[in-house]
Write a protein of this length. Structure first.
Ligand SMILES: Nc1nc2c(c(=O)[nH]1)N[C@H]1C(S)=C(S)[C@@H](COP(=O)(O)O)O[C@H]1N2
Ligand SMILES: [Mo]
Length: 331
């Protein structure tokens, strides 16, 4: 992988103080959310998101995001600025370049959005997103995201603990895995028909049910206190912070509970390079590069900002899920 995108050596003032700018915006959003209880979100509340507009999102979704409680974990690490989080992306349905998703995902229609729930669960069928998410708790979690390509970010997500969503769907005793599928619409996603990715769309991912139920696993509906930008997987995407980023599948349209381990996109494409588990592990190198360190964004050619990579991306609390397993074999 090559570093092909320009990186800022002279940050704008908004990037020097991302936390304070962001916290101020959050206060406004919380006020906006309270106002929303009594009336449709007032116009002034919409002005709190100058960086990208999310005013076109449905009011219920903006209110659910604005109502997020501060959850654990938080972090002392510097947040990756909003501009990098939303302009350095992997979303091959919109092209393979890091700037392709921001350039081409603008037209993705994320409302109305339906999600099909299938397989070993009591509540299956096709649901409007609003009904699927209604009544579920929303939290802000600050997670490290470690891509298998050896770069990383720190992102303040807003999301629903996956366990609460899955419990609502009532998996049966047969359910051992949960599989997720991304929308694949060539009319809206220019990468889907492109011969360059080698990917057999739709993009698919999956977790063991106990991994999906772990308290760290999040169904994200926002970041930086606002609804998810399209390029980050609107309207709803998985976030599994202890696994390589490719597990965190975007723009989900299908959730299926299965008995057998589901097929997953990168594992199908290159099984020796990308495993089903894909736990971050500095001891198990990718066949073509080391996984012992990562470039923390934002960085530059002159300041690559290398950091050591930690087992489970530093989230030791998940170690019990893999007790007795050989992590070299189950990469
Ligand atoms: N549907 C879909 N989901 C996807 C991808 C993709 O190409 N398509 N890329 C994955 C990879 S490799 C990474 S690193 C993360 C990047 O998420 P971000 O762009 O929000 O940082 O999304 C993951 N989810
Ligand atoms: Mo990735």
């Amino acid at each position: 992988m090559l570093i092909r995108k320009r990186h800022r050596n002279d940050p704008k003032s908004s990037e020097i103080t991302p936390e304070s700018v962001y916290l101020k915006r959050r206060e406004l959003m919380i006020l906006g959310g309270l106002a929303g209880l009594f009336a449709a979100t007032p116009a002034w509340a919409r002005t709190v998101d100058p960086a990208t507009e999310d005013g076109s999102r449905p009011a219920w979704l903006r209110q659910q995001v604005a109502g997020a409680k501060a959850g654990e974990p938080r972090t002392d690490e510097k947040l990756t600025p909003f501009d990098d989080v939303t302009h350095y992306n992997n979303f091959y349905e919109f092209g393979t370049g890091k700037d392709d998703p921001a350039a081409h995902a603008g037209g993705l229609k994320t409302h109305p959005w339906q999600v099909t729930v299938a397989g070993a669960a009591e509540r299956t069928g096709t649901f409007d997103l609003e009904d699927l998410l209604k009544g579920l708790p929303v939290e802000e979690r600050i997670y490290r995201l470690r891509c298998v390509e050896a770069w990383s970010m720190v992102i303040p997500w807003v999301g629903i603990p996956m366990a609460s969503l899955l419990k609502k769907l009532q998996p049966t005793s047969k359910a051992r895995y949960v599989a997720f599928t991304t929308l694949a619409d060539p009319k809206q996603m220019p990468g889907v028909d492109s011969p360059f990715t080698g990917i057999d769309f739709p993009y698919r991912e999956g977790l063991r049910l106990d991994e999906a139920m772990h308290p760290l696993t999040l169904m994200a509906i926002g970041l930086y206190g606002r609804t998810l930008p399209n390029q980050n997987g609107a309207p709803m995407r998985l976030v599994v912070p202890w696994k390589y980023g490719f597990k965190s599948i975007k723009s989900i349209v299908r959730i299926e509970f299965t008995e057998q381990r589901p097929e997953t996109t990168w594992n199908l494409l290159a099984p020796r390079e990308y495993g089903f588990y894909a736990n971050v592990n500095p001891e198990v190198d990718h066949p073509r590069w080391s996984q012992s360190r990562e470039r923390r964004l934002p960085n530059s050619l002159f300041n690559p900002n290398w950091q050591p990579t930690e087992l489970f991306n530093g989230y030791d609390q998940v170690a019990g899920l893999y007790k007795g397993m050989d992590l070299r074999k189950n990469y």
